[in-house]
Ligand binder design. Sequence first.
Ligand SMILES: *[C@@H]1O[C@H](CO)[C@@H](O)[C@H](O)[C@H]1NC(C)=O
Ligand SMILES: *[C@@H]1O[C@H](CO)[C@@H](O)[C@H](O)[C@H]1NC(C)=O
Ligand SMILES: *[C@@H]1O[C@H](CO)[C@@H](O)[C@H](O)[C@H]1NC(C)=O
Ligand SMILES: *[C@@H]1O[C@H](CO)[C@@H](O)[C@H](O)[C@H]1NC(C)=O
Ligand SMILES: CC(=O)N[C@H]1CO[C@H](CO)[C@@H](O)[C@@H]1O
Length: 439
Amino acid sequence: QVCKRKCSQVQRCTPCKQPRCTFAAPDGRLENGAAGGGGDALNSETGHTRDSDGTEQLSINQLPSSILLKVLSLLTVKERCLCASLVCKYWRDLCLDFQFWKRIDLSGLQEVNDDLLVKIASRKQNVREINISDCRGIHDYGVSSLASHCPGLQKYTAYRCKQLGDISVTALATHCPLLVKVHVGNQDRLTDAPLIKLGANCKELKDIHLGQCYGISDEGMIALAQGCPKLQRLYLQENKKVTDQSVRAVAEHCPELQFVGFMGCPVTSKGVIHLTALQNLSVLDLRHISELNNETVMEVVRKCRKLSSLNLCLNWSINDRCVEIIAKEGRSLKELYLVSCKITDHALIAIGQYSSTIETVDAGWCKDITDKGATQIAKSSRSLRYLGLMRCDKVNEETVERLVIQYPHIVFSTVMQDCKRTLERAYQMGWSPNTSNSS
Ligand SMILES: *[C@@H]1O[C@H](CO)[C@@H](O)[C@H](O)[C@H]1NC(C)=O
Ligand SMILES: *[C@@H]1O[C@H](CO)[C@@H](O)[C@H](O)[C@H]1NC(C)=O
Ligand SMILES: *[C@@H]1O[C@H](CO)[C@@H](O)[C@H](O)[C@H]1NC(C)=O
Ligand SMILES: *[C@@H]1O[C@H](CO)[C@@H](O)[C@H](O)[C@H]1NC(C)=O
Ligand SMILES: CC(=O)N[C@H]1CO[C@H](CO)[C@@H](O)[C@@H]1O
């Protein structure tokens, strides 16, 4: 309170009687965090005391405002708005500095509602990035208001906001032509209309995530692909109305695509084959798509020379021969995920023999793999750093123990090894087991 009155006069205020205003931070972080800690450090370094006679007092507010701003920037939005800004008027003004409102992360804050968003939007029109993931209190009205006040918005993240529908994304597409990133996973009320609008207005779009937006279909995806030629990242998941037509459209219209995922979509080899046109394709996730044949996978690996990560988990048409070709042809391949594929020791041996780039192999749940495959790949591969063997029950744990010692540069993942690593980390962090005998 003392601080509040004192500081309300001037910008750089004279030291308050009690430089450290005590106030309850909801999660206790602020008190021990940057603001309080900074003051203490200053005092101990310079040897100044904070006696109440006050001859040699120094206040944190005597720091240049640029440094205070830097300190405040280390706080979360919640800490800044609900704690730091209540300290004194000077701090409140600092907390309102425009730099803090360029990027706003409100994710998970249940107390945030449309009113607050409207207030922010009408006062701070330079918002560049906003994250409202898990904010149940924000509705289409709030987002629309933000969109209409902040035409410079570039990044919009709103995961799991099931209450939001087409109106919010349509408003963003209408008012924010500079949008680069739109991540709206799990919004099941979303339909094609806003995608068509994005395609029509947002030529700069590079990164879009529409996982588990069950309402979107090929119509929206094709319009989006046609209108957004700069797209680099596209992530879909379980979009049951997105088919090969969408895959073909993005492959034809978005040559800059680098990260592509269609996990669980009704996509088949007929669509995937078009991805061979993407020269810069680097990460491809084809987990659990409806149908995928070995020839198509091999063709993609042959044509997309920059492919570095390939996820083929959960498909039984991926066999040893296919993996051998991938190992031979994938010149840039670093990660290969083969969980629950139809592979045996031969696949692992081929990777060890033919690939000098693959660092990560996950062969979890491939039940035919034995000690032989695990040992051979560890022995012959020069690049391998991680081998996933979770639930490969024919691989003996003793063998893995031996490999761990023999090849310390490789991380072996089994149920036992993962438990051990978790335990080791816990010990390192100071945890100790309860050795009491009672139970
Ligand atoms: C947005 O919030 C979610 C949920 O808290 C978080 O996982 C994600 O990393 C955030 N994204 C950005 C871009 O800040
Ligand atoms: C692929 O990436 C390179 C290097 O980043 C870039 O120069 C080139 O324009 C990209 N090609 C396409 C088709 O986007
Ligand atoms: C690809 O799979 C088909 C059908 O399972 C099989 O007949 C063919 O020999 C396979 N090709 C290669 C190269 O493994
Ligand atoms: C250890 O476990 C026993 C029995 O569960 C419990 O009574 C005791 O309080 C525990 N000790 C510590 C230090 O957690
Ligand atoms: C999820 C899954 O297993 N998808 C396909 C994998 O490959 C087989 C064989 O071609 C298909 O029948 C599956 O539908």
